[in-house]
Design a protein around this ligand. Structure first.
Ligand SMILES: [Zn+2]
Ligand SMILES: [Zn+2]
Length: 342
C-alpha cells in the first residue's frame, strides 16, 4: 500500500510513509526553559537540583535538554544539537528525528537562563565570602531602637530575597560609626535590599564598587551600598521657612507632614527639604502634656504638665481635645494634632 499523502512511498504507520509521518506534526515538547546555575567560586554547575563539579557548561545544557524534552512518539529516535543565541538568551535547538532510516529536523527555540549562585559547598566552606556591604548611616545619631528596627528590616528582606537567591546570606554584621554594616553574599540582592531600606526610611543610596580581585578571568568587584538616612524621622518636628510641621511618614522620597498651624496634611519631597533647607526643632518624644483650662474667643488657656505653667495659645484650625500635647520651639508653642489616622 502506498502512502496516502505522497502516494510515492510505502505506507508504514497509519497509512503514511516515514517521511510524511515525520512531517505530519511535531514530535517534541521542548522544556519551557533551560536553567543553568554556576557557582562563581568553583565553577560547579547545577542542573535541576543537583550540583556537578568538573562538568562543562555545554554538557550541562545538553543534559538538561535531554532530560527535559519530551518525545511524543516512542517509535522515533531523537538526537539533540543546539547552539546558544547569546543576544537573546535562547537556545536554538535541532531535534534530529529518526524513524527507520528517515531523518527530519524539528527546530525549537528554548529560553536559556544562566545564573550565578554559590554552591552549598562554597557557601559552607568559605565563611569569609561576600560581595557587598550595606552601610547604614544617618545624618544624625541612630538611636538603639532605630538600629534594632533597621536590623529587623534588613533581615526580613534578606529572607524575602533568599526565595529568589537561595545562597544569599549575611556573612556578618558590624556596628560602625554610629550605624551598622551588613556583609552580604550577593551584589544584586545587596542592591535590592539597600533600595528597600531607602524607600522605607527616606534614605539615599550611593554605590561604590571596589576591585576585589579576579574571578573566572574577569575583574571581580565588591559593591558598598552607602545608605544614608536623613536626620529627621517620623514623629519629629521640623521648620521649613516659617512653617512648623510634624513629620508623619517618609516614603519613596516623599515626606508627609502635618502643618501645625492648620492641621492640613502636606507632602514635601525630600529633595526640596535638602535643597530648601529645614530645621528640626523637636524630636519625637519631646512633646509635653497639656490640659485645657478654658477657651476665650480665639484663645485656649491651658496648663502644661511638665512645669505646671499656665499658658495661652491661639486656637489652631483643628480640633483640640481637653488633654493634648504641645511642642516648643524656644518661646513658640505648637499644639500637636491627633495623628491616629496616619
Ligand atoms: Zn508519504
Ligand atoms: Zn562552589
Amino acid at each position: 500500500m502506498k502512502c496516502v499523502v505522497c502516494g510515492r512511498n510505502e505506507a508504514k504507520i497509519n497509512g503514511l510513509c516515514e517521511e510524511c509521518y515525520l512531517n505530519s506534526r511535531n514530535y517534541i515538547k521542548p522544556p519551557r526553559n533551560v536553567e543553568i546555575i554556576k557557582c562563581p567560586r568553583c565553577d560547579g554547575i547545577r542542573v535541576g537540583n543537583t550540583w556537578y563539579y568538573g562538568k562543562i557548561l555545554e554538557d550541562a545544557i545538553a543534559e538538561s535538554l535531554e532530560k527535559n524534552s519530551k518525545i511524543l512518539d516512542d517509535r522515533i529516535d531523537v538526537k539533540i544539537q543546539y547552539s546558544v543565541i547569546n543576544t537573546q538568551n535562547m537556545l536554538d535547538v535541532d531535534y534530529i528525528l529518526k524513524l527507520n532510516n528517515v531523518e527530519k529536523v524539528e527546530k525549537h527555540l528554548v529560553p536559556f537562563i544562566f545564573k550565578k549562585q554559590l554552591c552549598p559547598r562554597c557557601s559552607r566552606y568559605s565563611g569569609d565570602y561576600f560581595e557587598s556591604i550595606i552601610q547604614l548611616r544617618s545624618d544624625g545619631r541612630l538611636k538603639d531602637d532605630e538600629l534594632l528596627d533597621l536590623e529587623e528590616f534588613v533581615f526580613k528582606n534578606v529572607d524575602i530575597e533568599r526565595k529568589k537567591n537561595p545562597d544569599l546570606y549575611v556573612l556578618k554584621k558590624e556596628s560602625r560609626d554610629g550605624g551598622m554594616d551588613f556583609y552580604l553574599s550577593s551584589n544584586s540582592s545587596g542592591r535590592v535590599i539597600a533600595r528597600k531600606i531607602a524607600d522605607r526610611y527616606g534614605a539615599t543610596v550611593r554605590e561604590s564598587p571596589h576591585l576585589a580581585g579576579v574571578k573566572e578571568g574577569k575583574d571581580f568587584y565588591r559593591i558598598t551600598f552607602s545608605v544614608r538616612l536623613p536626620d529627621y524621622r517620623e514623629g519629629d518636628f521640623i521648620k521649613v521657612g516659617n512653617n512648623a510641621y510634624m513629620v508623619v511618614a517618609i516614603r519613596k522620597g516623599q515626606v508627609k507632614v502635618i502643618n501645625l498651624k492648620n492641621g492640613y496634611v502636606e507632602s514635601i519631597t525630600q529633595k526640596d527639604l535638602r535643597d530648601g533647607g529645614y530645621r528640626i526643632f523637636a524630636r519625637k518624644g519631646d512633646e509635653v502634656g497639656a490640659i485645657k483650662l478654658y477657651e476665650e474667643g480665639e484663645y485656649i488657656h491651658f496648663m502644661e504638665t511638665k512645669n505646671y505653667r499656665t499658658l495661652v495659645i491661639k486656637k489652631p484650625f483643628f480640633k483640640v481635645n481637653r488633654e493634648f500635647l504641645i511642642v516648643l520651639d524656644g518661646e513658640e508653642i505648637y499644639i500637636v494634632p491627633e495623628t491616629m489616622n496616619f
